[in-house]
Design a protein around this ligand. Structure first.
Ligand SMILES: Cc1ncc(COP(=O)(O)O)c(CNc2conc2O)c1O
Length: 382
């Protein structure tokens, strides 16, 4: 679908994606690779568009959560190296090898099943995952490592390209657990007979705060989208992050409600006096969920509250004065001097900014901007 019939859209500023990647490259030691994490459809920003912008800005490769996401990028003609950071099925090892998609390994039995599926002459790039304290995926003992190394060494269809771990608390001011994970990683990598090409541990928080944890690649996710990894470390980041995501709609109906009249399901909202009420074509099926009742949005550069229950496809706002149908309303982003950052929505929903951009559903098209101009078409995240 290339035409937008409803005036509700997310706007992705690719200049900000580029700026954030360039800033991390400058911040890290010369030669440090930036791996652009574009899983979950680029944290809701769109995987291919962000991938291209990040690669142009100096990222050397991409990382996703699943092999499905890696295949989706290949289908969108993205040719850069891709690492699948999550679990995958051994029977798909051959398809990954054929498309230069690296897989994460942390089980010997996975490897012993996988090589039957890798054609002779094909090579599967492997990143070994160490669990140093995240408690999610990864090997945790020297025996496990020895078992895996014995299989990799034996078979030229496997190329150990990387070793990595993931921090659970790099975005916390309390550094003890991070330090424990880092030293555990250094101990575990010392067990390796040969050090692979890529050694990476840092997510955005570690990339921003701990150069000693960069090794030779930083897996940049949230900060590439211009969002802080946590509110805790937000005040002291080494460089400014520029938010790429904004969300907009436009008024489809305006009416003057008289004192005592009601708005939306449950008739829970009652006009306290004569009020101007406008209706917006966005609701919880767009990811603008019911808990956002009461959240302010921007109209004519003014903060106006959502009143009454959020519906599946619509919600209502109370205006300070009459505004015309078609007035642009910004739910996340800037209008004039006013700004509603992703973090404000995260606070209202008692969640984190990561979840906010991911939750805007595929019914909301993403529009991409460079130098203030729209590029590419309407992009429904399919
Ligand atoms: C293994 C791994 N590396 C790097 C990143 C990027 O982290 P960043 O976005 O903080 O830079 C993630 C993000 N993983 C998740 C982000 O939110 N929930 C997650 O599981 C990850 O799972």
């Amino acid at each position: 679908q290339t035409k937008m019939y409803r005036d509700t859209w997310a706007e992705i500023n690719l200049d900000h994606i580029s700026y954030n990647v360039e800033s991390m490259k400058k911040h890290a030691e010369e030669g440090t690779n930036v791996i652009a994490v574009v899983k979950a459809n680029g944290y809701g920003h769109g995987d291919a568009a962000v991938a291209e912008a990040a690669l142009q800005a100096g990222a050397s490769s991409l990382a996703v959560a699943t092999l499905d996401e890696a295949m989706a990028l290949r289908n969108k003609k993205i040719a850069a190296p891709i690492l699948v950071m999550g679990a995958s099925r051994p029977e798909h090892a051959g398809e990954a090898a054929a498309k230069n998609i690296a897989l994460t390994v942390f089980q010997k039995e996975w490897l012993s099943q996988a090589y039957e599926y890798v054609e002779d002459g094909e090579v599967l790039n492997i990143h070994l995952k160490f669990d140093t304290g995240m408690g999610r995926l990864g090997i945790r003992s020297r025996d496990e490592l020895a078992g895996i190394e014995s299989v990799i060494k034996k078979d030229k269809r496997f190329l150990l390209e990387g070793v990595f771990t993931h921090f659970a608390t790099a975005d916390s001011l309390e550094n003890a657990y991070f330090e424990k994970q880092l030293s555990r990683f250094e101990e575990m990598t010392s067990w390796l007979e040969i050090l692979p090409k890529y050694i990476h541990t840092s997510n955005s928080a570690a990339g921003l705060r701990f150069p000693k944890a960069h090794f030779n690649a930083v897996r940049m996710g949230i900060s590439m989208y211009g969002l802080a990894p946590s509110m805790e470390i937000k005040p002291d980041l080494p460089f400014q992050l520029k938010e790429a995501f904004s969300l907009h709609t436009s008024i489809v109906h305006v009416k003057k409600l008289h004192k005592g009249e009601k708005v939306s399901y449950g008739a829970t909202y009652e006009a306290q006096e004569d009020e101007w009420i406008a209706t917006l074509p966005i609701g919880y099926a767009d990811g603008w969920i019911r808990k956002l009742q009461g959240q302010e949005v921007l109209a004519e550069g003014l903060r106006v509250p959502i009143v009454g229950r959020v519906c599946m496809d619509q919600c209502m706002i109370k205006l300070p004065h009459e505004m015309p149908v078609g007035t642009k309303v910004t739910l996340i982003g800037e209008q004039g001097k006013e700004k509603i950052p992703v973090d404000e929505i995260a606070e209202k929903l008692e969640t984190i900014n990561y979840e906010v951009t991911c939750m805007v559903s595929s019914r909301v098209p993403r529009i991409y901007k460079r130098d203030g101009k729209i590029i590419g078409g309407i992009n429904y995240l399919l």
